[in-house]
Design a protein around this ligand. Sequence first.
Ligand code: HEM
Length: 467
Amino acid sequence: MAVKRPSGPSGSFILGSANQFREDEPNFLLESVKQYGALVYFRLANMHTYLLGHPDLIREVLVTQGDKFEKAPLDKTILGKFLGNGLLTSDGEFHRRQRRLAQPAFHTKRIQNYAEVMVDYANQLMDSWQDEAVVDITQEMMQLTMMIVSKTLFDADAITGAGDTAVTISSAMHDFQAVSNRDYQRGFSLPNWIPTADNRLRNKASAQFSQVMDQIIAGRRQTAVGGQVEDTGDLLSMLMLSVDEDGEFMDDKQLRDEVATLFAAGHETTSNALSWTWFLLAHHPEVEAKLHEELDSVLAGRQPTLADLPHLSYTLQVIKEAMRIYPPAWILNGRLALEDAQIGGYTIPKGSTVFVSPYVMHHLPQYFDEPEAFKPERFTAEFEKSLPKFAYMPFGGGTRVCIGNAFAMMEAQLALAAIAQKYRLALAQTELVHYKAQITLTPENGIRMRVMERETAVTPTAELAFA
Ligand code: HEM
């Protein structure tokens, strides 16, 4: 019996809507929801795709009927080639075990210890800047988040030859991301044993990454006392110390996959969030002025610390609004229906793929008035309370919600505060900046910006209040 499908763009006989989708993915999805409603059907070549455009339907797939779905084969294949069976790409009982094992590493208290590292690296980055210099801010932010994740994940500074290690790891990550982006563009990934240029590049990157990780893990095991590895304060220590309910630790291969996953998931996303924030600030002097006012009054020229975060509420609003307009994770990994599921009055048949896009949800006028306008003021506590869950979802939701959510928000807030109190960033290019929807939403050709030292206006009241 033919399945009754929700309406949606019809596309061509063979490719379905693949070409239209590829032209501008986020916008294709957004326009589809605006035109066809909360549940849209289209075909991408042979992939039957259901796009969710309503918070209630998203809840059904990510939470209520979550056990009927798993990560889609395309995502698992492309990402799994480098990330193995880590948190992002695994499913079911295995994922649940890994999530339980990894969770303590992201405990609030543990994460809070990283505040100083985050500010230190922001300062190091600024030390490399010269007043009035023009930089590509996307590269600068990438370097910053890469340094922070290396330090907090496996204490990169403490490794002998840290320079080489950092270069090997970052170039391996870079190659993996570039090849994966091309695979997503093609819509498939050829088996690893076929010696295409991309497969060779990714296999080499993966082998190099594994070699470095094996050395790091072996080093930790060597210094273990009575079988117990030392807690050096980083995330890797926690992963190595964590035991499941049967008293089992993660083995070395699993540790490698989880570290690769945390590294990959944990730097480009935050880097893009910050790059887009600078871009938006440069276009909105009134927002920038208000941000400076908050920074000057709360910090009065000193370094931001963890204790300042609750007082830097406008800084946080700026980041939330930037992530609304340009959510780094513009789409979640596809979800494969493992069995027929009733969603929004339709049957989503077993074998279909479900798309959930934070970009789409963040640009719907029913939840965000004037969705294209950059208005950090909208993110008041009342507004957030009034928003339906899953209308704003930069970190996804349900059991697969981002494990690094609090880490990323703290990092973005501290980095923005540390840098914006010392520097103004102005656009230094006339070309328009477009996004490119890769694994993350990236400025297509980077963003050239002029970094200009600013005089910190220190008011006596601020000094008294926060000395
Ligand atoms: C602004 C920064 C970030 C954004 C926007 C972001 C976004 C997301 C989203 C949307 C997901 C869900 C994917 C899905 O459901 O298909 C996710 C998952 C994940 N993220 Fe993040 N993320 C960020 C930073 C981080 C950081 C800093 C880390 C680690 C240090 C991290 C580690 C992970 C991991 C391991 C998962 C998989 C979780 C699981 O499935 O159990 N992310 N992230």
